[in-house]
Design a protein around this ligand. Structure first.
Ligand SMILES: NC(=O)c1ccc[n+]([C@@H]2O[C@H](COP(=O)([O-])OP(=O)(O)OC[C@H]3O[C@@H](n4cnc5c(N)ncnc54)[C@H](O)[C@@H]3O)[C@@H](O)[C@H]2O)c1
Length: 454
């Protein structure tokens, strides 16, 4: 089995490293964040990811998984070095490659024997060749003629189901120009290869493009169903029936047809912007992706407008208390990067609302990400405490515990409903922005129901 280094021990690096160790490889995860490595050495997992803690412990115990800050030593002991550092967006939308460059140069400074360098991070098309140049520059400074290959091996795991996704991928993509490197990658992924997981072997540029084109396609699909949902509301259609029927069409597929408050997370927003920037740089406009990016921004604003309308129209948010259920960009993760909750919370506060926030995992992140509005935020221990004294409740993330709320109890905890001529505004409002409730059930509890697209 191969000796592997993974540089960058975040969501992707830690999950990939742990699963590759579970496949039988000897894996050392490296990170420049000494605190993170120290925690991992003490068995503390820095991220919320189902099944990960047990898998880390089991592989550490089996002597297959190690954590260190010593990149040079680890690189020297490895057959393959995975680069899994962050590639955050620059101001112009393109990907910031400073961490990839720094990892590549660290490898070039340390490497002593033939090494396969694997780009696991999501990177713009052409990056594998730039990695090669950065490594060559460092080797030439050392006057060292160490042979190496660069492979592009994009990752498709989803936060929340990352361990399952890594161990049951729909496909493994290997972009490479070297037979020797391809053989080593087969060794690294031997367990999957034996399970007949589809292997797509292609050139470097195609592998890099596959990742961006896939993520952008999914983002477009979400943007599409969100816009269809908004039209459904205007014309009296129910988007859930529409999406269900569309999804039965094998050419369309049922996944990613769930309307909501807009996509977020560490991937879709940045990857759509990065591929759109590549389109502009190469004079090959990606107008559909550009439109999806704009539609996603509008969707977040539309949710705030919906709450304002529900509470009585323009100005009605002033002085109101809104319970927010869910802050992470999706369920089963603590990750709030580009979560729609951030913009929605800020805009609600801008319009004069106070917020009572609930989330089972994201508070630590929320407290610094929403520090600018902290005076208007109360962090509630659970969803019922969040509803206490609120005028409305909005579900932003479909965590399981929000799917079976005691609606009668929620109603009793709400602030006394104001009375008025409009029946809609006379009742406290329940904004189900993930469409996880039936209108009848919510209305039967005496709450006004607002979904997305129905
Ligand atoms: N998060 C996801 O769901 C997901 C899925 C697929 C692909 N990706 C891609 O994978 C890459 C990593 O994403 P992530 O979410 O794991 O990021 P992350 O921010 O969680 O982790 C990156 C880690 O790299 C470390 N790091 C940065 N520079 C380093 C260096 N020179 N040496 C050692 N460590 C260094 C950081 O300290 C951090 O711990 C990105 O390109 C992302 O687009 C992410």
């Amino acid at each position: 089995m191969a000796a592997i280094a993974v540089i960058g021990t975040g969501y992707v690096g830690l999950v990939s490293g742990t699963c590759l160790a579970d496949f039988g490889n000897r894996v050392t995860c490296v990170d420049s964040d000494a605190g993170k490595i120290e925690s991992l050495r003490n068995g503390i997992i820095p991220i919320y990811e189902s099944g990960l803690e047990d898998l880390v412990r089991a592989n550490v115990r089996a002597g297959r998984l190690f954590f260190t800050t010593d990149t040079a030593r680890t690189v020297r002991q490895s057959d393959a070095v995975f680069i899994a550092v962050g590639t955050p967006p620059r101001d112009d939308g393109g990907a910031d490659l400073q961490y990839v460059e720094s990892a590549a140069r660290d490898i070039g400074r340390a490497m002593e024997n033939y090494t396969v360098i694997v780009d696991k991070s999501t990177v713009p098309i052409g990056t594998a060749r730039r990695v090669r140049r950065w490594v060559e520059e460092e080797l030439s400074i050392r006057r060292a003629g160490v042979p190496f290959d660069v492979v592009s091996n994009p990752e498709f795991l989803r936060e929340g189901t990352a361990v399952y996704d890594f161990t049951h991928p729909d496909r493994v993509v290997i972009g490479s120009e070297s037979e020797k490197a391809r053989e080593l990658m087969k060794e690294v992924y031997r367990s999957l290869y034996l399970n007949e997981t589809p292997y797509i072997e292609t050139n470097l540029e195609s592998a890099e493009m596959i990742k961006y084109a896939s993520n952008a396609f999914l983002a477009v699909k979400i943007g599409y169903i969100n816009e269809i949902a908004n039209l459904c509301e205007k014309v009296g259609a129910d988007v859930q029936d529409v999406a269900k029927a569309m999804g039965r069409d094998g050419r369309i597929g049922a996944k990613f047809l769930h309307p909501g408050p807009g996509y977020g997370g560490s991937c879709f927003p940045k990857d759509t912007r990065a591929i759109a920037a590549a389109g502009r740089e190469n004079h090959s406009p990606l107008s559909i992706i550009e439109a999806a990016i704009a539609a996603n921004e509008k969707q977040k604003t539309a949710m705030v407008e919906k709450i304002e309308t529900g509470l009585g129209g323009p100005g009605s948010l002033n002085g109101k208390t809104i319970a927010i259920l869910g802050l992470s960009f999706k369920q089963n993760t603590d990750d709030m990067r580009e979560s729609p909750a951030i913009d929605i919370c800020r805009n609600l506060v801008k319009k004069g609302a106070r917020l009572r926030l609930s989330d089972p995992a994201a508070f630590a992140e929320a407290k610094w990400r929403l520090a600018d509005i902290e005076q208007n935020c109360f962090y509630a221990e659970n969803e019922y405490l969040a509803a206490e004294g609120a005028h409305a409740l909005a579900i932003l993330t479909p965590w399981n515990q929000y799917r079976g709320l005691d609606l009668g109890r929620i109603k009793s905890l709400f602030s006394n409903p104001k009375t008025g001529p409009d029946a809609k505004t006379a009742r406290p409002c329940f904004f189900d922005f993930r469409n996880i409730y039936k209108r009848e059930d919510v209305e039967a509890a005496g709450l006004a129901y607002w979904g997305v697209g129905k």
